[in-house]
Design a protein around this ligand. Structure first.
Ligand code: ZN
Length: 289
């Protein structure tokens, strides 16, 4: 689906006209500082570059950023950044249509921006709602020959028992293999989404929980067995029975994470028909399956 640009029109024109100044102000909100040693006494050159008076190193506005030495103009970078964050996401195909540069360049830009958005240092505290979700497009939108290929790949296709091949359990297993599981954590102000390996267990969840959550009072989850395992490790887990419509209990709520996933899924559904699981949440760089 194409993003409605009419409401973003003024902002995009403004970014195009003042890109360099906007970037300069964003990069140095309190004045130019040496990115190598932190020195504030800097020599300015006419061509827009700087030299540090302490370490004598030359640098520019884009030094030590993802935009450094890029042949793509800074206004294109800023428009890509703006459209990616202000609308419900954008695909490289669509961005290429707006910027008039190749889809390949746009794909590279979007991946670089998403990589810069990674949540390595985030720490969640208090009551944290957690859940898992599978991303990667609808099974019904996969064409039949591809479905058969996937079933064959995971050893779920039986030549002489075609009827049993489409058994619900086989199809569910194929979908689980074909999609990318994602673990979501939300403490009310901060969100962490992390890709999981395909056959994840409570150990994987516990590892991510310990990595991103500290001073956790309660973990609010669904009735999955995985969280019963986690509760044995000393973390206080409150489980909601979603099958009976229970989303709030004793002042705790799991709606936060349901809302996060709702937005995440809508983002994917709007922009992509069948996203490759390799690229969901930069999964490739985190889990080398
Ligand atoms: Zn310096």
């Amino acid at each position: 689906m194409r993003t409605d640009l009419t409401k973003h029109y003024k902002s995009i024109v403004y970014i195009t006209l003042h890109a360099k100044q906007i970037f300069h102000n964003l990069r140095w909100p309190t004045g130019v500082v040496c990115p190598y040693c932190g020195e504030v006494h800097i020599w300015h050159y006419k061509n827009g570059t700087y030299k540090c008076s302490h370490c004598n190193k030359r640098f520019s506005d884009t030094s030590n950023t993802i935009f450094h030495a890029s042949k793509i103009k800074i206004e294109y970078w800023l428009i890509a950044l703006y459209l990616l964050t202000m609308s419900k996401g954008i695909s490289s195909e669509e961005l290429s249509h707006y910027l008039g540069i190749t889809q390949k360049s746009c794909w590279y830009m979007l991946h670089k921006i998403r990589y810069a958005f990674r949540q390595d240092g985030t720490v969640l505290t208090g009551d944290v709602a957690v859940d898992e979700v599978y991303l990667g497009g609808k099974w019904s939108s996969v064409v039949l020959p591809k479905k058969i290929d996937i079933l064959k790949k995971y050893g779920l296709w039986y030549e002489d028992e075609i009827k049993r091949t489409w058994h619900k359990r086989n199809v569910l297993r194929a979908i689980a293999e074909y999609k990318q599981p994602v673990y979501g954590m939300n403490d009310g102000s901060k969100i962490v989404l992390q890709a999981l390996p395909n056959h994840f267990n409570s150990g994987d969840l516990l590892e991510l929980t310990n990595q991103y959550i500290s001073e956790c009072r309660h973990l609010v989850s669904d009735q999955s067995k995985l969280y019963k395992e986690i509760s044995k490790s000393g973390i206080d887990v409150i489980q909601m029975n979603h099958s009976q419509g229970e989303y709030k209990k004793d002042g705790y709520s799991s709606n936060r994470i349901e809302g996060t996933f709702s937005h995440l899924k809508r983002r994917y559904r709007l922009n992509y028909v069948r996203p490759n699981k390799k690229y969901v949440l930069n999964a490739k760089s985190r889990h080398k399956n």
